[in-house]
Design a protein around this ligand. Structure first.
Ligand SMILES: [Zn+2]
Length: 242
C-alpha cells in the first residue's frame, strides 16, 4: 500500500468512527432525555404528595376549629337555659356576665373556624397546580420514551452496520499500521484517535506544528502519532501541503 492508499484508508476509517460517534451520541441523548424526564416526573409526584398532605392538615385544622366553635355554642345554650332558671337577681347577673364572655369567645371561635375552612379551600389551587405539573412532566417523559422507542432500533442497526464496515476496513490495514492503529483507537476511544494533517503542516487535532521529517514520513504512508497529542497522523482526502 502506498502513501495515498493508506491515507485514503485511514481517512475512510476516521469517517466511519466519526459517524459511529454521532450515532452513539444520538442514542445516549435519547436515553438521557428519558432519565431526566423520569427524574422530573418523580419530583413533580413528590411535590403533589406534599401539597395533598398540606391540604389534609389544613382540613383537619379547620375541623378542629369547627368542633371548638360548636362546643362553645352548646355552652352558650346551656348558660342561657340557666339564666331562665335563675333564682335571684344576683345569680341572674352573674350568669349574664358569663354569657357575655362566652358569646364573645364564641364569635372569635366561629370566625377562626371560618378562616381555617377558607384557607383549606383556597389551597385547592395549589393542589391543582401540582397536579397539572405532574401531568405535564408525565407527558414529557412519555414523549421522550416514544422518541427512543421510535429512533433507537434504527440508530442501533445503523451503528452495527457501521461497526461491520469499520472491521472490514481495519482488515485492510497493512501490518505495520494494524498494531499502532488498534492501540491508539483503543486509548482514545474511536473518533478522537485521528489527527488529519493540515495544509500548513499542523496536527489537525492539537494544532501543534509538526517537524518536516514527520510530515514527509506520514505523506509517504508511515504509521506515526503526533509527538504532542499521541493521535494517529494521516493525510486527509484532498490534502495539499502549502
Ligand atoms: Zn497532535
Amino acid at each position: 500500500m502506498d502513501g495515498k492508499e493508506i491515507a485514503a484508508l485511514i481517512d475512510e476509517l476516521h469517517g466511519f468512527h466519526r459517524a459511529a460517534a454521532e450515532l452513539n451520541h444520538r442514542i445516549q441523548r435519547g436515553r438521557r432525555a428519558v432519565a431526566a424526564g423520569v427524574a422530573a416526573q418523580k419530583k413533580a409526584a413528590d411535590a403533589l404528595a406534599a401539597r395533598r398532605e398540606e391540604k389534609r392538615n389544613l382540613l383537619l385544622a379547620a375541623k378542629e376549629k369547627e368542633r371548638e366553635s360548636d362546643a362553645a355554642a352548646r355552652e352558650l345554650e346551656r348558660r342561657r337555659a340557666q339564666l331562665d332558671a335563675a333564682k335571684s337577681n344576683r345569680e341572674y347577673d352573674s350568669i349574664q356576665i358569663q354569657i357575655e364572655s362566652i358569646a364573645y369567645k364564641n364569635d372569635e371561635l366561629a370566625e377562626a373556624a371560618f378562616e381555617a375552612l377558607t384557607a383549606a379551600e383556597e389551597f385547592d389551587a395549589e393542589v391543582e397546580k401540582a397536579e397539572a405539573e405532574l401531568k405535564e412532566a408525565t407527558a414529557l417523559v412519555e414523549k421522550a420514551r416514544a422518541a427512543v422507542v421510535e429512533a433507537e432500533p434504527k440508530l442501533t442497526a445503523d451503528l452495527e452496520r457501521l461497526q461491520g464496515r469499520i472491521r472490514e476496513a481495519e482488515g485492510r490495514l497493512p501490518r505495520d499500521w494494524a498494531g499502532l492503529y488498534a492501540k491508539v483507537v483503543k486509548d482514545f476511544g474511536g473518533e478522537e484517535a485521528f489527527a488529519p494533517l493540515t495544509g500548513e503542516g499542523y496536527c489537525g487535532s492539537c494544532r501543534r506544528r509538526l517537524p518536516v521529517e514527520i510530515l514527509t514520513k506520514v505523506c509517504g504512508g508511515a504509521a506515526l502519532v503526533c509527538p504532542a497529542c499521541g493521535r494517529l497522523l494521516y493525510m486527509p482526502s484532498g490534502f495539499v501541503l502549502k
